[in-house]
Design a protein around this ligand. Structure first.
Ligand SMILES: [Zn+2]
Length: 228
């Protein structure tokens, strides 16, 4: 699995040349190599499109929804990972640099798709904690994953956030992993797979997802899913 790369490059700032194309049709929302497409659509339309896309795309991509637009901010897309590009400085074809300034206290929703059916993985949770603590500390940040027609929303509780504070990504990952392993030891294993492995099992059942939600809650991760 290539997800470590995703984790470690998330917070690397770099300059990328991309096309900024504005579209107002949510049917145009696609997985695209490179970042910079901006869709002026409602968040509801965006989620419908991303849920649908999660059933057809074979690579990952990422987007943020902010201030009435869905913006493709994913680079280095492949079937197992994507690097969400922050900060949002986008260079257009004409060489202009657009900085999407994020107003204090506003809500930002970060999305990515899983091409295989899988709930948010541990790297996704660690990345969310970094978004909240380091990248957008003055905003309300919501993280969502689109997979197999569903949208997952997940966050960490205050206790876990405190435990993560001051830790590097690998240390955060290790804390989360040991908590999940401990929680998992204490509950029945109906399916022969735990929540860590669940993200790699496309055949995970509805019951398996319930189990995932329950164990994640025990370790301080709130997760829920819905079909938009
Ligand atoms: Zn993911």
């Amino acid at each position: 699995m290539n997800q470590k790369k995703y984790l470690l490059t998330t917070i690397v700032a770099m300059t990328i040349a991309v096309n900024t194309v504005l579209s107002q049709d949510y049917n145009n929302i696609k997985v695209e190599i490179g970042a910079g497409k901006k869709y002026s659509v409602s968040q509801k339309q965006a989620e419908k499109a991303l849920a649908k896309l999660s059933q057809t795309a074979d690579i990952e991509d990422s987007w943020i929804f902010y201030n009435g637009s869905l913006i493709d901010n994913g680079i280095d897309e492949n079937s197992e990972s994507v690097t969400p590009y922050f900060p949002l400085i986008i260079k257009t074809d004409s060489g202009d640099t657009i900085k999407i300034s994020i107003d204090k206290d506003k809500t930002i929703t970060s999305y990515h798709n899983h091409p295989h059916a899988a709930p948010p993985g541990m790297f996704d949770i660690v990345n969310h904690s970094i978004l909240v603590d380091s990248i957008f500390p003055n905003n309300h940040v919501i993280s969502k994953v689109a997979e197999d027609g569903r949208i997952w929303e997940f966050s960490i509780d205050d206790k876990l956030r405190l435990e993560f504070r001051g830790k590097n990504p690998q240390e955060r990952f290790d804390i989360l992993e040991s908590k999940i392993n401990k929680a998992y030891d204490k509950v029945d294993n109906y399916f022969g797979i735990g929540p860590i492995q669940a993200e790699y099992h496309p055949e995970i059942s509805r019951k398996g997802y319930k189990e995932y939600v329950r164990i994640m809650k025990k370790v301080g991760v709130k997760a829920k899913y819905y079909r938009p």
